[in-house]
Design a protein around this ligand. Structure first.
Ligand SMILES: [Zn+2]
Ligand SMILES: [Zn+2]
Length: 388
């Protein structure tokens, strides 16, 4: 989503009106230069005008981006992605609260209802709005997990790598049921799994792994068991899609350390550190413009021979599910640390697929796709650069 659109949404202008203003050639700077009465003739309201003239009243860009992502830019009440507006659950005039907790996404119809206090109309109280918002965010979360799950159901596709200990720790954290996962009993009886479903020490396994952990006939069984756990874990928290929005400001705004993300990209692999028994670490990295992600992947945890000997080497297009660890600027490049939870290949692309589960409208277009553009990575103080 373009910076000007975000700047106008942050000033309580709905996306259709904002679109119209942008098409008329307006930028935030140009609107700022207009008087109150001129802005009124453009059809803007007092609160919007106030926020245009004084950015302290505008919603912070990071808050806005995060709110739109976790709500999929869709009305939390009727779930229609029609024209939408950001609404203060407790009116801004009373609360002066522009935090994410006090904001929700509403379509214009529902927004009208939220501002009506007619005795007979069903009033959208703050409590009710909070409930709608919570439920909707949960639905979006389930959809994103479902999207990853359905993208993986393709012949000859598979996860190449699992970070088994991290995966199991997350499964425990979210109380994922383990015993109903495919092949649990078989893997138990082969000595591979402990009672709680975590991996046993190798000396208890019915076979001894050689170059990598998975082997022979049982490899597929182990793969399916861990894939099922992973997909279950993904339904338990937001998985932020960053394939289409690989930008510092977006990553900063949408994730806190510990959050999960999905990234489909051309990863490169390079041997990393000492290569010992049961440890064949590779640095797995990807860079687009001034943003770089780096993770360490242990090839010992590869799930098949082709994963071990081919997919986790060189340069491969893979889907990564990762845990965000925070980032910093290194030599002008925003480099972020992540723990790789899983890597897979051959899946359906999940890029630009968000529109599939709502009725279309707002999908995010990266605003720094063109290479000749100045970096869209660092937002100006006002969040209103109009570099498009
Ligand atoms: Zn609505
Ligand atoms: Zn409102």
């Amino acid at each position: 989503m373009k910076a000007t659109m975000r700047a106008l949404l942050a000033r309580q202008i709905d996306n259709v009106k904002a679109d119209e203003l942008i098409r008329l050639g307006f930028t935030l700077e140009k609107l700022k230069a207009k008087s109150v009465s001129e802005l009124k003739t453009l059809g803007l309201q007092d609160v919007q005008i106030e926020a245009i003239h004084d950015s302290r009243h505008a919603i912070e860009d990071g808050v806005l981006v995060k709110l739109l992502v976790v709500n999929n830019s869709t009305c939390c009440r009727c779930k229609e992605s029609k024209p939408f507006i950001l609404h203060h659950i407790i009116p801004y005039s009373k609360s002066r609260d522009n935090s994410i907790n006090n904001l929700c996404v509403l379509c214009l119809g529902c927004h009208g209802d939220a501002h009506t206090t007619h005795e007979l109309s069903q009033n959208l109280t703050p409590e009710l709005l909070r409930e709608f918002k919570k439920d909707w965010e949960n639905i979006v979360q389930q959809h994103r997990a479902g999207e990853i799950a359905s993208s993986t159901r393709v012949d000859f596709s598979s996860w190449d790598f699992f970070n088994h200990s991290k995966l199991f720790a997350l499964a425990q954290k979210y109380s994922v049921t383990i015993s109903d996962k495919p092949n649990f009993k078989l893997l138990r009886s082969s000595g591979i799994l402990a009672k709680d479903g975590s991996l046993n020490r190798y000396n208890r396994w019915s076979f001894q792994p050689i170059h990598y952990m998975y082997r022979d006939m049982i490899a597929m069984k182990m793969h399916d068991y861990h894939a099922a756990i992973l997909l279950d874990v993904l339904t338990k928290q937001h998985v932020i899609p960053i394939s289409d929005e690989f930008r510092q400001s977006y990553i900063h705004a949408t994730m806190n350390p510990g959050d999960l993300f999905s990234l489909e990209a051309f990863f490169r692999f390079k041997n990393w550190g000492e290569q010992k028994e049961q440890m064949e670490n590779a640095k797995c990295y990807y860079k687009r413009k001034r943003v770089k992600i780096e993770m360490i992947v242990n090839r010992w945890e590869a799930t098949s021979n082709s994963s071990y000997s081919s997919h986790l080497r060189g340069s491969k297009n893979l889907l990564c599910i990762g845990i965000y660890r925070g980032g910093a600027a290194v030599d002008g490049v925003f480099t972020f640390d992540a723990t790789c939870l899983a890597l897979g290949n051959g899946f359906h692309s999940i890029k630009k697929r968000e529109k599939n589960y709502v009725n279309e409208r707002m999908t995010y277009e990266a605003d720094d796709e063109a290479d000749d553009e100045p970096d869209g990575d660092i937002d100006p103080p006002d969040g209103d650069d109009d570099s498009e």
